[in-house]
Design a protein around this ligand. Structure first.
Ligand code: SF4
Ligand code: SF4
Length: 413
């Protein structure tokens, strides 16, 4: 039976309440009775761009799910993701940059980089075999927590696409990039999450999965059927679901059953948005056309090309043409102090506190070194509409995010 729920929530307290109430009322039976059984949460940590840019799973939502699990008595909880190839190749720890490891420490659970996991072989298109992380197959409860976002190669990246992050390391991701829509379906045959929780709080429209624009829907979606949820997201975004290549391929394979179509068509959604489509620039569009992509990938997957692309100048060129979505900045962020100036706050209704994943009493406690319980996610700093929080330390990679998205985040937060 297809189960699906859509809720709206604004602010960390409302998010935690919505998650706890929905899971307790509708999905309790999915949780294993054995409280010591392994639970794996699989977010989308595609790049080092934080959740407010529309790119990665919101720490507030992760915190809400972890708190629910801990309250229910589960003792073996991990967050795991095999982050994007480019960051992996560049030796950049995205899990740490997004402060997911700090959040995991805060709750006493584990954060795993699935790029280094024990491997289990899975069959993909054209006889290709590639490895997924063993933890994704062995979890007694696998919770898929994708971001709601556009994707310039397959249309949208939600539940189905998010499982590509279960592949171990760049080598396995490379092997499966060709025939991407088909291979997304193939990995979904092997890795079967028990529950999906979609982060649409700050979704992404336009040139996703990394260079798009954040769009605030405030929505959290719950369900057990990744096809139905992805079709529902297409409906929310006002995309025809057949425009999503993964879903079109699923239809070709007979996976879009009449039950799924009926469920999605009849579900009483009271919201809809019009997401800008993921239009790539002309060069990226030409190269990533499925008919030509294999020639590009044959060149891209050579060591020589890898070495050339690692140079700063070629990296910038690829970014400018849209062939590369990410900027791989080596500089880390170092937070020495976070200090609020209450004189600037005026009538602001403690907006920063609504964004704090660990629920700290800010801005009151921001007065020097980050307070106890602060995971240094910088959400408070990013959204403060009055520039009342000052940062002491080294911005590192965050400076580029603020340059690209700072004004927009403050406007829509
Ligand atoms: S968001 Fe900024 S202006 Fe508002 S209360 Fe927090 S620090 Fe003050
Ligand atoms: S105080 Fe600010 S930086 Fe620290 S966890 Fe809360 S929102 Fe993140």
């Amino acid at each position: 039976m297809i189960r699906f729920d859509a809720v709206k929530a604004e602010g960390v307290r409302a998010i935690k309440k919505a998650v706890a109430e929905t899971l307790a009322a509708k999905y309790k039976d999915i949780f294993p009775a054995d409280k010591g059984a392994p639970v794996l949460i699989k977010p989308n940590l595609n790049s080092n761009m934080n959740a407010l840019t529309g790119n990665t799973t919101d720490l507030r939502l992760l915190a809400a799910v972890i708190e629910y699990l801990k309250k229910a008595g589960h003792t073996d909880i991990a967050i795991g993701e095999g982050t994007n190839s480019g960051f992996y190749r560049s030796g950049i720890n995205v899990i740490s940059r997004l402060r997911v490891d700090a959040l995991a420490r805060h709750y006493g659970i584990r954060a795993l980089d699935l790029n280094y996991s024990e491997k289990a072989e899975v069959e993909f298109e054209n006889g290709v075999k590639a490895s997924v992380a063993r933890e994704c197959l062995d979890a007694a409860l696998l919770i898929n927590m994708p971001k709601m976002k556009t994707h310039f190669e397959v249309g949208m990246s939600v539940c189905l696409k998010n499982l590509m992050g279960c592949l171990v390391g760049q080598e396995n991701k490379k092997k499966t990039h060709l025939s991407l829509a088909s291979n997304i379906l193939n990995i979904n045959k092997a890795v079967r999450p028990h529950l999906h929780i979609v982060d649409g709080l700050f979704a992404m429209e336009g040139l996703g999965p990394t260079r798009g624009t954040p769009i605030k829907t405030g929505m959290i979606l719950f369900g057990n059927d990744p096809f139905a949820i992805d079709m529902m997201v297409a409906r929310i975004a006002s995309f025809g679901w057949r425009k999503v290549r993964t879903l079109a391929e699923a239809e070709r394979r007979g996976l879009i059953t009449p039950e799924r179509e009926r469920f999605v068509d009849d579900y009483p959604l009271d919201v809809s948005f019009t997401f800008a489509p993921p239009k790539a620039g002309p060069i990226a569009y030409f190269i990533h056309n499925p008919k030509r992509q294999k020639y590009f990938l044959a060149v891209r997957n050579t060591r020589l090309f890898d070495a050339i692309c690692s140079t700063d100048i070629v990296g910038k060129l690829l970014f400018a043409t849209g062939l590369r979505q990410d900027v791989f900045i080596a500089d880390e962020m170092e937070v020495d102090t976070l200090t609020a100036n209450p004189a600037k706050c005026g009538d602001c209704p403690q907006k920063c506190a609504a964004f704090c994943p660990t629920g700290l009493d800010i801005p009151r406690t921001l007065a020097g070194p980050p307070p106890a319980g602060c995971v240094e996610c910088m959400y408070c700093y990013c959204i403060c509409p009055k520039g009342a929080i000052s940062f002491g330390g080294k911005m590192g990679f965050l400076a580029e995010q603020m340059r690209q998205y700072g004004d927009l985040i403050r406007r829509i937060a």
